[in-house]
Design a protein around this ligand. Structure first.
Ligand code: IPM
Ligand code: MG
Length: 367
């Protein structure tokens, strides 16, 4: 089976971090005989500049055909004034929606070498390894009706939180399946105390559990309390299952626990395609960081670890994914740091491509 990849570097630091991923992909081709058929295209502001849209139909069609999409980042201040429908973020949301990537996996792992970067105490975060499973194609992000309407002589901003049983059911299954391969625990978060969608969420998750995954430990928490518990004692969690908006918030909180947003990858998975592989897109959790774009300062690790997730979830190369993750760990343990990872002790940060060099060297050493 060929391995097809569509790479969408996007905006800001996207292209420079993706350049390092290209080198890793080449390494796998030459050193592990693991070949990828790679196409590259535009998304976000870059696509808007070229086509007047944040994602062209041709790019969308390509994304539907490949085994995996790798996305860098989208957005930048020069696009802030664009009409809502043309903003860079709409390109990303269109990919998620049209590929039906309902399960967004956001690991928050604390690398031991970085435990002191967290705003929390070392013993609270060291060894932390949690996985947030965020529903990604429904809820208030996409619910209708929406808009800014006129009512009683004033404007009203309107969005709708909406979940069907089937939407909750399928993402719950993803969370339980993952939990079985990890710590076998799921904590589901919603606001069943104030929202009907939360009541239904809780009921359906419990039903899926009781019928199909009774062996997995399940608990429920209100999402606000969940945020508090994440800061208090995050190691109580294994898999956190939550909706689109709460997942957006809670995954940023969880990300920061680990010390740097520049370290965290994500996978967005949909239903299996004909070849048995899931529809999939991989992207770093961080944004386009326009303030440092083009300066070679960005940390490529989140994007590189996103490719590791692609190896694991799309290409069934779990051992190679682990090899890459271990290479990153080794480089961090050796003290190689990009600017975002410079702590109080100071030192000289390395550039984006030097970080890439170090990871490639660690990969070589792993052979
Ligand atoms: C994320 C981002 C996106 C979201 C934005 C860029 C649309 O914050 O992936 O977490 O809100 O989902
Ligand atoms: Mg977010």
């Amino acid at each position: 089976m060929t391995n097809t990849l569509l790479i969408l570097p996007g905006d800001g630091i996207g292209p420079e971090v993706m350049a390092e991923v290209h080198r890793i992909i080449d390494w796998y081709g030459t050193k592990r005989d693991l070949k990828f058929d790679v196409t590259e295209d535009l998304v976000g502001g870059a696509a808007y500049d070229a086509h007047g849209k944040p994602l062209s139909d041709a790019t969308m069609a390509k994304a539907q055909e490949v085994d995996a999409v790798l996305l860098g980042a989208v957005g930048g201040p020069q696009y802030d004034k664009l009409d809502f429908s043309l903003k860079p973020e709409r390109g990303l949301l269109r990919l998620r929606k049209e590929m039906d990537l309902f399960a967004n996996l956001r690991p928050a792992q604390c690398f031991d070498a970085l435990a002191d970067f967290s705003s929390l105490k070392r013993d609270v975060v060291s060894g932390l390894d949690i996985m947030i499973v965020r529903e990604l194609t429904s809820g208030i992000y996409f619910g209708e009706p929406r808009g800014i309407i006129e009512e009683g002589g004033q404007r009203v901003g309107l969005n709708t939180q909406r979940y069907t049983e089937a939407e909750i059911d399928r993402v719950a299954r993803s969370a339980f399946e993952l939990a079985r391969k990890r710590g076998n625990k799921v904590c589901s978060m919603e606001k069943a105390n104030v929202m009907e969608s939360g009541i239904l969420w809780r009921e359906v998750v419990q039903k899926v559990h009781d019928e199909s995954y009774p062996d997995v430990e399940l608990s429920h928490m209100y999402a606000d309390a969940g945020g508090m518990q994440l800061c208090r004692w995050p190691k109580q969690f294994d898999v956190i299952l939550t909706d689109n908006l709460f997942g957006d918030l809670l995954s940023d909180v969880a990300a920061m626990l680990t010390g740097s947003l520049g370290m965290l990858p994500s996978a967005s998975l949909g239903a299996p395609m004909e070849n048995g592989r899931p529809k999939a897109m991989y992207e770093p959790v961080h944004g386009s960081a326009p303030d440092i774009a083009g300066q070679g300062k960005a940390n490529p690790i989140a994007c590189i670890l996103s490719f590791a997730m692609a190896l694991r979830y799309s290409f069934d190369e779990g051992a190679e994914a682990t090899r890459l993750e271990k290479a990153v760990e080794k480089v961090l343990a050796d003290g190689v740091r990009t600017a975002d990872l410079m702590g109080a002790e100071g030192g000289t940060p390395v550039s984006t491509s030097r970080m890439g060099d170090a990871i490639l060297a660690a990969l070589d050493a792993s052979l």
